[in-house]
Design a protein around this ligand. Structure first.
Ligand code: PEP
Ligand code: MN
Length: 361
């Protein structure tokens, strides 16, 4: 029986495909070697002039039936794929990455383990307003076995006419109360030149959402030997968040914790949109402790408990929330802070859920 010409030609095409495959992979392997050599010599990977030369040579030798444009297009795809290959080879493994450090980073501060397996509640008023106000919260902390007290002294407010915080005076109040009740204190710092001073007063420096990409602040925080809690920027992708943390580690400070605090979306029912998937993702991608701020993400008292449960259920190392002795008269975030009895109800519910355990003090 005579051979079907279609079959014969298809066979030939298969053979040519395999030859092209072998050739483009041979080319790719050569490009990889070239990439390594360029890295050694400190030469830039991408050389537009060289690309132009290669395209010209191809077009000069093109006898069709493909048009010159098609040839350019096809080969540009090959060039790009090769460049991508070099890129993934040369991609630096980040210091924050689990690939770099498979085991969890655990921070031990005043005997409290952050990221050590037992979830932690970081709670306190939005702003430090007075010694008495913070003391009322701290007293309740001690009764409830809580060890971590937050309070803003430098407040990054949307309006310049809103309460800007007590500044150093606020840090002094936190220091006094932290010492009095043996609590770990945490407060936001917004200026690089205030960092050193702040380490004398507070146990954890917070870098807030609005400053997540303040690279000078991140670098300065990286030069400290002091724990830092970095919050996710309002519109930051996970990748940007991870790079922001990398800025701190790259300067030498490995005592870094992350906090998902909601991102801006079109949704208006909540203040921000809590990106719950960020928690397991950050736990997978990095070795740093990960927290969830349920107050600033939701902006709603009625959502604090369910989102706190959700955060812990997906593996957060703890939850941040704001509590004020009298939220109605709070100088910031009056709408979303809970009072002490409401806060204690949340703590009770979290204990009852089994997702959180009271610390043995
Ligand atoms: C805060 O925690 O006090 C605060 C201002 O939060 P964020 O930076 O997440 O808005
Ligand atoms: Mn607040």
């Amino acid at each position: 029986m005579a051979h079907d010409p279609v079959e014969t030609m298809r066979k030939q095409i298969d053979e040519i495909n395999l030859e092209i495959l072998a050739l483009i992979n041979k080319r790719a392997a050569l490009v990889q070697d070239l990439g390594k050599e360029k890295l050694k010599q400190g030469i830039n990977r991408f050389d537009p002039e060289r690309e132009r030369e290669m395209l010209n040579l191809l077009v000069e030798n093109n006898n069709g039936p493909f048009t010159d444009n098609t040839i350019r297009h096809l080969f540009k795809q090959i060039f790009q794929a090769s460049l991508d290959l070099q890129k993934s080879e040369n991609k630096k493994v980040l210091l924050v990455s689990r690939k770099k450090q498979p085991e969890d980073t655990v921070l031990s501060i005043k005997g409290v383990e952050f990221g050590g397996g037992e979830p932690i509640l970081i709670a306190g008023p939005c702003s430090v307003e007075s010694y008495e106000q913070v003391r009322a919260v701290a007293e309740n902390h001690v009764k409830r076995g809580l060890r971590v007290l937050r309070g803003g002294a430098f407040k990054p407010r949307t309006s310049p006419y809103d309460f800007q915080g007590l500044g150093e005076e606020g840090l002094k109040i936190l220091k006094r109360i932290g010492d009095e009740f043996n609590l770990v204190t945490i407060s936001e710092i917004v200026t690089p030149s205030d960092l050193e001073l702040a380490t004398q007063y507070i146990d954890v420096i917070q870098i807030g959402a609005r400053n997540m990409q303040n690279f000078e602040l991140l670098k300065a925080a990286g030069r400290l030997n002091h724990p830092v809690l970095l919050k996710r920027g309002l519109s930051a992708t996970i990748e940007e968040f991870i790079y922001a943390a990398e800025y701190i580690l790259s300067e030498g400070n490995t005592q870094v914790m992350l906090c998902e605090r909601g991102i801006r979306t079109y949704e208006k029912a909540t203040r921000n949109t809590l990106d719950i998937s960020a928690v397991p993702l950050l736990k997978q991608e990095t070795h740093l402790p990960v927290f969830v701020d349920v107050t600033h993400s939701t902006g709603r008292r009625d959502l604090l408990l369910p989102t706190a449960k959700a955060g812990l259920a997906v593996g957060a190392d703890g939850v941040m929330l704001e509590v004020h002795p009298d939220p109605d008269v709070a100088l910031s975030d009056a709408k979303q802070q809970v009072n002490i009895p409401q806060f204690n109800e949340i703590v009770d519910e979290l204990l009852a859920s089994g997702l959180y355990k009271e610390a043995k003090v």
